[in-house]
Write a protein that binds this ligand. Structure first.
Ligand code: GTP
Ligand code: ZN
Length: 396
């Protein structure tokens, strides 16, 4: 086991940085502005930090530069998969955006390594973020929000946030801090979740069975991802690669899969995904509320189910259907196990305008065959049962 995994049991320290990107790399020796006040405030804060609304010019005030929401991309992946390599690649390749980086790291060693990598890009802001009980999923929400707030006070200094989670994190829990923040009227939004998979060891991580009640982090990370990057393809044969790809696909039938070396991918596949925009009215908040409750039980057997039903649907009924499925957990599979949805995407044709299906929804052509499409990722999913209920309750 890597030392970092041991550090998980003791105190854990997360590290947050906002690296101001420059077009040209600056010498490493450049002075680093260090905000010691806010860093100390975080360290000394014994209890959960109070959530304070972000003062971004005040509600209703006309500060147009503050009204644009800042996207956050979560980068997850098992230990050593290539997350930091991806981060550095993005910071090197991306010249249009000023990117802030948040690292949730356990242990000191690799944090140092990362600090060097990022400071090469130029001006560096650094803050410490303490995870009191050493469990990222349990403490990141409070400290994470605090960290983001500190970041937001530097509004204008950056226009994109990359959040690298530790290899052992449950990305659902990490993502959940964004809805807490959004309740406070913040101006960030979750753009997408990227999961890096080690081509060489990924299969082992993904198929590893955990004792009852424990999460297989690797497969959960893949299940939640909008983009899965199978990295280190140089280390495996075509046959091994096929196996990993099939395994990833079986866990997440929806996400885009890219195969690469040194985490080099076309950045249009990574940034500005707007992965949570067209969720058919299921807000990120609701989805993640569900994820949180599921997080302790989920280990294996995650699959993707997709089906299509032609015709029109009724909005209210779709609401009820989704609520039943996601929150009430009223649907069971043949063996009586509750269906457990991790991700849900719905493309529907409503009688009325549907929810806030955002601009990604392409309007139907006159006379075009109308089809509703559902994609569900989760456990104990019985496709026929879901489809039946959908037809019986949602269609007009
Ligand atoms: N052979 C090979 N090595 C790679 C590739 N990509 C990254 N590495 C190496 O793999 C190691 C781990 O990469 P990182 O980017 O640090 O991985 P990480 O996911 O951030 O790791 P942790 O933070 O420890 O969880 C480093 O030594 C990288 O240089 C690749 O495509 N092929
Ligand atoms: Zn936890």
């Amino acid at each position: 086991m890597k030392p970092k995994a041991h550090a998980l049991r003791g105190g854990a320290v997360g590290r947050l940085r906002a690296a101001r990107q420059r077009d040209a790399a600056l010498p490493q020796s450049r002075a680093v502005p260090y905000d010691s006040c806010s860093a100390r405030a975080l360290m000394e804060d014994e209890d959960c930090p109070d959530l304070v609304p972000i003062d971004a010019g005040g509600e209703g005030e006309t500060e147009s530069s503050c009204s644009r929401k800042i996207p956050v991309t979560i980068i997850t992946g098992y230990l050593g998969a290539g997350k930091t390599t991806l981060l550095n690649y993005i910071l090197t390749e991306q010249h249009d955006k000023r990117i802030a980086v948040i690292l949730n790291e356990f242990g000191e060693g690799s944090a140092l390594e990362k600090s060097l990598a990022i400071s090469q890009r130029g001006e560096l802001y650094e803050e410490w973020l303490e995870l009191r009980n050493g469990c990222l999923c349990c403490s990141v929400k409070d400290s994470g929000v605090k960290a983001i707030e500190n970041l937001m006070q530097r509004r204008g200094k950056f226009d994109y946030i990359l959040l690298e989670t530790t290899g052992l994190a449950d990305p659902g829990a990490v993502a959940s801090m964004f809805w807490v923040d959004s309740e406070l009227g913040s101006d960030i939004y979750l753009d997408g979740i990227v999961s890096v998979v080690d081509a060489k060891h990924g299969l082992q991580h993904l198929t590893e069975e955990k004792p009852e009640g424990l999460v297989n982090e690797a497969s959960r990370q893949v299940a939640l991802a909008d983009l899965i990057i199978i990295n280190k393809t140089d280390l495996v044969s075509e046959e091994e690669l096929n196996k990993v790809r099939m395994c990833v696909r079986s866990i997440n039938g929806l996400g885009k899969i890219l195969e690469t070396q040194r985490s080099r991918v076309d950045l249009s596949n990574v940034l500005d995904l707007h992965a949570f925009d067209s969720l058919s009215g299921i807000s990120l908040q609701k989805k993640l509320e569900h994820l949180k409750t599921a997080h302790a039980h989920l280990d294996k057997g995650i699959i993707t189910v997709t089906f299509e039903v032609p015709g029109n649907i009724k909005e209210e009924n779709l609401n009820l259907f989704i609520q039943d499925l996601l929150w009430e957990k009223n649907m069971k599979d043949k063996t009586g196990h509750t269906m457990d949805i991790i991700r849900l995407k719905v493309i529907v044709q409503g009688v009325h305008e549907l929810y806030d299906l955002e601009e990604t929804a392409v309007p139907w052509e006159e006379g075009e065959k109308r089809t509703n499409r559902l994609v569900l990722i989760g456990r104990n999913l019985d496709k026929e049962a879901i489809k039946e209920v959908f037809i019986a309750t949602v269609m007009v």
